[in-house]
Design a protein around this ligand. Sequence first.
Ligand SMILES: Cc1ncc(COP(=O)(O)O)c(C=O)c1O
Length: 389
Amino acid sequence: MGFEMKKKTKLIHSGIDTKKFAGSLTTPIYHNSTIVFNNYKDFLLAKRKRFSKLYYGRFKTKTVITFENIVKDLYKSEKAIITSSGLSAIIITLFALVKKNDHILVVENCYEPVSNFVKDEFKKFGINCDFYSSDFNENIEKLIKTNTKLIYLESPASLNYEVQDITRFVKFARKNKIVTVMDNTWSTIIGCNPLEYGIDIVIESATKYFSGHSDCFCGLIACSNRHFNQIFKTKVRFGDFVSSESCYLAIRGLKTLSLRLKQHHESAIKMYKYLKTNKNVLSILFPSVVENKNFKLWKKYHSTGNGLITFKIKRNGKKSLDFFFDNLKFFKIGFSWGGFESLILPLESLDPFHNCNDENGFWCRIHVGLEDVNDLINDIDYAIDNYEK
Ligand SMILES: Cc1ncc(COP(=O)(O)O)c(C=O)c1O
């Protein structure tokens, strides 16, 4: 081909092999635990290449290999690993790259289960961790130690969408021979490829926008040959397994990712504009608008927004929060985001360390789904109105 395929075209064409898949445009779901070998020689060969070829269903099936190839193609990475969930992809990667007496730096606004893991579980293995704030400042220089092996980034971050200046962290890490790992779930490969900015290992929870239909769990890791063996070995030793069904659903969802993201973001902008006009909304966090303090940095690295907005509602001293949350019809209370539907999550904190609610107001995060945005605005407006009056 005389030109390079654009990402949107890759979403559609990557992984399709009609010759191998008997004319099918979709990926066959291989349901095998055992993989049998033609003869002893093939068995020995498979054993030697067990991290990349078919060997045992828990390692990977042919459906998983198709998914790996798609991820490699999209992220332009040498290697890809698919895991059972976004969280398992993060934990496996971190665990694989450090050992007893090592030290790691983790961004303080990361997805909370990650900070819980490094705080509580790593301690048991003698691995030390410090948290740093999202913005690049002299603090990170103070936190670094001779045994610092890894810097973990998540940008935009969970709940408050703080944006990190990726290249500054990369430069700093390289100078100090430290590996960088970044959670790219907010953006997906459509919005940002951190590998192009020098990040060593990228992780995405494909449970979110990537698959997009709230019907499967999957995590993906895009990395170089240098880190692949160690990470894949740790995945196998943890017994991590991703089903072919989940991979099939993620690949199917991927086909509409760019359209879905565009719509989520367009609707979220309309919702943001409405929230700004509501006098009972005290603060709004939404990185892809000029008013946001992170906008410039966000624009530097990200080409698409999404449907996540976090905001604070004025507290009505006389009414319980049921009057707000239970008056919502389309925004269901629930965890996760990135599916077709609108969701709302009551929050206690905007990062894993500080409570955010006070006597003035309480915070929640919404995921603006693919419904008609006018219905969604009316839904929030009605619930706020009922709570406040
Ligand atoms: C930013 C981020 N990373 C990782 C995860 C974990 O993904 P999963 O639910 O697939 O384990 C989540 C889940 O909400 C998330 O929001």
